[in-house]
Design a protein around this ligand. Structure first.
Ligand SMILES: Cc1cc2nc3c(=O)[nH]c(=O)nc-3n(C[C@H](O)[C@H](O)[C@H](O)COP(=O)(O)OP(=O)(O)OC[C@H]3O[C@@H](n4cnc5c(N)ncnc54)[C@H](O)[C@@H]3O)c2cc1C
Length: 269
């Protein structure tokens, strides 16, 4: 449809319910953004839902505009498109319509990018721990693509939880960064090892419990503390709340308007 202002130029299936979308502006230039920020995608109620999706909780009227925020996963240096990592909420309003989009289909892409979940206020001498479940990984991919200086003094660690290994999006890229960069640590965690087609040799459980086992002590040589590190947390609400409490118990303070802290939180829902 010609009235949309952007088009899907690539869709990469991580799993049937997880897609990486690349969306390019149609006839306008992408403004700049800071890694960690989000954009808004919009489709009308008249847009079809994907075949595998459930009926929505409450049917959206055809003319209704359904808008949702999505963290940008691409580097800010890429000017041709924005990349997003999106999970299907099967009975949701927007994602079943996004999952029905094919390459070339139109979508509205908000032209203003927002959010404070960025590395901007992290002093350059501090290390960075990026904790997520599911698509909460998206903002970190953008941060790493822009900010990781391989071999530099700032350490980055990505701790990413998913139910199954095949839901660990961006795993190859993160594994490659880890193998190339001594200052990058990647810790993938799955919670349902019984369903793996071949045995999983990595970590199993909940992020909160893995954190208690001090997973960075061996790769970093020390445990991150409020004096040397900032911790970002994004993903499933239970994990966010529990990790925040655990970190506060270790002396980290939550970053909030008017109060600088070492815990940075993005809440998706
Ligand atoms: C700042 C911000 C950034 C966001 N970035 C992303 C992103 O990068 N990728 C992404 O997939 N979502 C992201 N979200 C969530 C997104 O905005 C939508 O809420 C989500 O896609 C569901 O939309 P929906 O209309 O299909 O479902 P709705 O009809 O709005 O139903 C919402 C329900 O879907 C579930 N849900 C919402 N988000 C997720 C999720 N990510 N994974 C699993 N279940 C979910 C929850 O149960 C929630 O109650 C972000 C939200 C915010 C506020």
């Amino acid at each position: 449809m010609s009235h949309y202002n952007a088009r899907v130029i690539q869709r990469i299936e991580v799993s049937p319910a997880l897609l990486v979308f690349r969306i390019a502006p149609d006839g306008w230039e992408l403004p700049g953004f800071t890694p960690g920020q989000f954009a808004v995608l919009t489709l009308p109620g008249s847009a079809p839902r994907c075949a595998m999706c459930e009926p929505e909780d409450e049917a959206a009227p055809a003319e209704k505009l359904i808008k949702r925020a999505y963290s940008i996963s691409s580097s800010s240096r890429v000017r041709e498109f924005l990349e997003f990592y999106i999970a299907l909420a099967p009975s949701g309003a927007l994602t079943p319509r996004l999952f029905a989009l094919k390459v070339g289909d139109g979508v509205w892409l908000g032209q203003k990018f927002s959010g404070l979940f960025t590395l901007r206020d992290v002093p350059s001498g501090r290390h960075v721990v990026l904790i997520s479940t599911g698509t909460g990984l998206a903002p970190y991919v953008s941060m790493l693509r822009d900010e990781l200086q391989c071999g530099g003094p700032r350490r980055f660690a990505v701790i990413h939880g998913a139910r199954h290994s095949w839901e660990l999006g961006y795993r190859s890229e993160l594994m490659m960064l880890q193998s190339m960069c001594a200052n990058m640590t990647y810790i993938p965690i799955i919670s349902r090892p019984g369903a793996e087609p071949v045995p999983w040799s990595g970590r199993v459980g909940r992020i909160q419990d893995i954190w208690a086992s001090r997973p960075l002590l061996q790769p970093w040589g020390f445990d991150p503390s409020p004096d040397d590190s900032h911790v970002f947390v994004c993903g499933q609400p239970g994990m966010v709340e529990e990790m925040t409490a655990v970190l506060q118990g270790e002396g980290f303070g939550e970053d909030a308007p008017g109060r600088h802290g070492e815990i940075h939180i993005e809440r998706y829902w």
